[in-house]
Design a protein around this ligand. Sequence first.
Ligand code: 5RP
Length: 234
Amino acid sequence: MSDVEDLKKMAGIEACKFVKNGMKVGLGTGSTVKYTILELGRRVSEEGLDIVGVPTSIATEKLALEVGIKLVELSDIDGLDVVIDGADEFDVNFQLIKGGGAALLREKIVAQQSKTMVVVADDRKKVTTLGMFPLPIEVTRFSHISTINQISRLLDCEVNLRMEDGAPKITDNGNFLADAITGPTILDPIKCESDILNIAGVVQVGLFNNMCDAVILAGSDGIESLYNPSGNLV
Ligand code: 5RP
């Protein structure tokens, strides 16, 4: 296992400390939270942990079922206790860029329905200013080129249609994805989110503002639990 993979595993497992019997748990998407899901599955089968999960992608749904986590529909329950998810970047105010794994729409829906959000990350994800990671934006397929051009004019930067195997990447919701190459310039992520959401062809943007309550951060010196002073876990 590579060093980075070790860090992802450490963070993913540590975040399970937020999950207790009887909880309704949002299950994020990505290569870090995968370790959370594997560990929760282990606790379900070996320790009798009693939880239900709501997955944020088809890939996570498949993994969660494989490891024996009982799943429910978000519409069938009254909110979640905690969602654990990865991030592509987080800043000093606990604002996030997400969507590198193409699951941002369901991730944001699930995060909005959860009392608390815990992010699992390795220390490459911590930034001063958001935007070095290309900002993912889910767009409708209808007239997607016009939408991408509108985003590009708004942000004054290059915006690329995300491709996979020579064709546009299609999300779990049947939409396309655009990645905005802003560079580390997103000084006001709340305004940026709102401006992008004003474009009719935009379905959702991967800025997750005022949602994250804690980051479980793995680095070469070990694990740190960072708590958002304005969040719900302090
Ligand atoms: C998926 C996401 C992921 O959580 C994000 O891309 C981080 O993934 P990883 O842990 O694999 O780096 O937002 O849409």
